[in-house]
Design a protein. Structure first.
Length: 441
């Protein structure tokens, strides 16, 4: 743990990484997260009025979680303590809490910043709880993991969660230009770099400011210098620094959408050869394998669905394999899934059912839940007829009842209409039997 002194804003020299030298110190110089700290936004107002409460910053790496905490440290009239979940245990937590409690009794407010708070176990997180409850500390946690799963519910309920997004390419380009012009960066050096190269670095960084600045720094330090001392960063230098062809592949351009469309439609048309080809084109261009895996997961339900329900767990398994292995090893898992999905029987009945139901939800009044299928855990609810008329299907021989589950205005509405493809043929027969039985009753 360290006190506010670690936030010394003066650069210590060129030995610091570029990202550290350029760390912004005010909200106006902070790039990105306009949905949180744009003019008039709640978090900005809280920071400017020094009225923050306990909060969690949740977002991917390199989006400014720690930087925003540092800005709070510089602007707050509170004792600010930086705490690392990696190096601190229960003993250190209790020592800081006791210090904060003494400060509270003296009228001093303490803000505790915990980086990677998800690394704390339940006992360590529990140690914060009583001090957050009685106001000894204001907790600011930063995490790359979903707080719903990684933060104790009792602690999470006392914190406001702010979701921080990956930076847009325009934000990253702004950061790069600032680095080229700022004396703390390369402002005092004759660096020549084109807009295409700046855009390429921004694409390569994939929303991560630290990656963008580190890539720029590596490119400048490895670029040739001419007789006049000018440094020129070329596309070739960038390719050498990144060793990835993704710089040549615009992940948000037309070709990106053309290729994913080609993959999707090849699988839909049961063409495994075309599917593997377009998959390979995307991987060769540097596409994120997890993006491709997510599209395969979507395809498994949208275009295969109940015709082969094994398609969805297989696609999810391919996604998990990609997270375990990454490129280049996970390429064969993606190809496996693409071939399976291509050869699977096809049905979009689930996709159509969801669309029809969504349309009714959007356009029709919000119908009340029928009383017979409402839960009735209290006497008052029972007095109001909650659960009255409920029929327990397991008590019947057929495991069926004639009970109506849709609102009256939608009674008899059909959303899911199965096809006769693959396993869905049996599903269709079963559904027709159910409907026929209910009509007879």
């Amino acid at each position: 743990m360290e006190q506010i002194g670690i936030f010394d804003s003066s650069p210590t020299g060129g030995s610091q990484p570029l990202a550290s030298r350029l760390r912004p110190e005010t909200l106006d110089s902070y790039v990105g997260q306009k949905h949180l700290i744009g003019k008039g936004r709640m978090l900005r107002n809280l920071i400017e009025h020094d009225a923050i409460s306990s909060m969690i910053f949740w977002g991917p790496p390199g989006v400014g979680k720690t930087t925003l905490a540092r800005i709070i440290a510089l602007t707050s009239k509170s004792e600010f303590i930086d705490f690392s979940a990696v190096t601190s245990g229960i003993k250190e937590i209790k020592a800081v809490m006791e210090q904060a409690e003494r400060g509270r009794r003296s009228g001093l407010k303490t803000i505790l910043f915990v980086d990677e708070i998800h690394r704390f176990n339940k006992a360590q997180q529990d140690a914060f709880l009583p001090y957050v409850e009685k106001g000894s500390i204001i907790l600011i946690g930063a995490t790359t993991e979903n707080p719903s799963f990684e933060i104790n519910s009792a602690l999470l309920s006392r914190c406001k969660v702010f979701v921080m997004k990956a930076l847009e390419e325009a934000d990253l380009q702004e950061l790069i230009r600032n680095a080229l012009n700022d004396p703390r960066g390369f402002g005092n050096m004759p660096v020549h770099i084109g807009e295409d190269e700046i855009a390429a670095i921004a694409r390569f960084a994939n929303g991560d400011a630290r990656t963008a600045l580190n890539t720029l720094e590596m490119a400048v330090l490895n670029a040739p210098t001419d007789r006049d001392g000018a440094i020129t960063v070329t596309r070739e230098i960038l390719t050498e620094c990144t060793n990835r062809r993704s710089l040549l592949y615009d992940k948000k351009g037309e070709e990106h959408y053309n290729l994913i469309s080609a993959l999707h439609k090849s699988m839909r048309n049961s063409d495994p050869d075309a599917a593997v080809y377009w998959l390979s084109r995307m991987l060769d261009g540097g596409e994120d394998p997890l993006y491709i895996a997510r599209r395969l997961v979507r395809f498994a339900s949208e275009d295969v669905g109940m015709a082969d329900s094994a398609a969805l767990p297989l696609a999810v398994a391919a996604y998990q394999a990609c997270t375990f292995l990454g490129m280049p090893e996970c390429d064969v898992h993606l190809a496996h899934a693409a071939v399976y999905l291509s050869m699977a029987p096809k049905s979009n009945a689930v996709y159509v059912a969801r669309g029809m139901a969504a349309k009714d939800v959007s356009e029709a009044p919000a119908e009340p839940v029928p009383l017979q299928i409402r839960n009735a855990p209290t006497d008052l609810m029972k007095q109001l007829s909650y659960g009255k008329g409920y029929q327990y299907a397991h008590d019947t021989k057929e495991k069926l009842t004639k009970m109506q589950c849709l609102p009256d205005s939608l009674a008899g509405r059909r959303y899911y209409v199965p096809t006769d493809q693959g396993a869905e043929k049996q599903v269709s027969q079963r559904l027709e039997e159910i409907i026929r039985w209910k009509n007879e009753k």
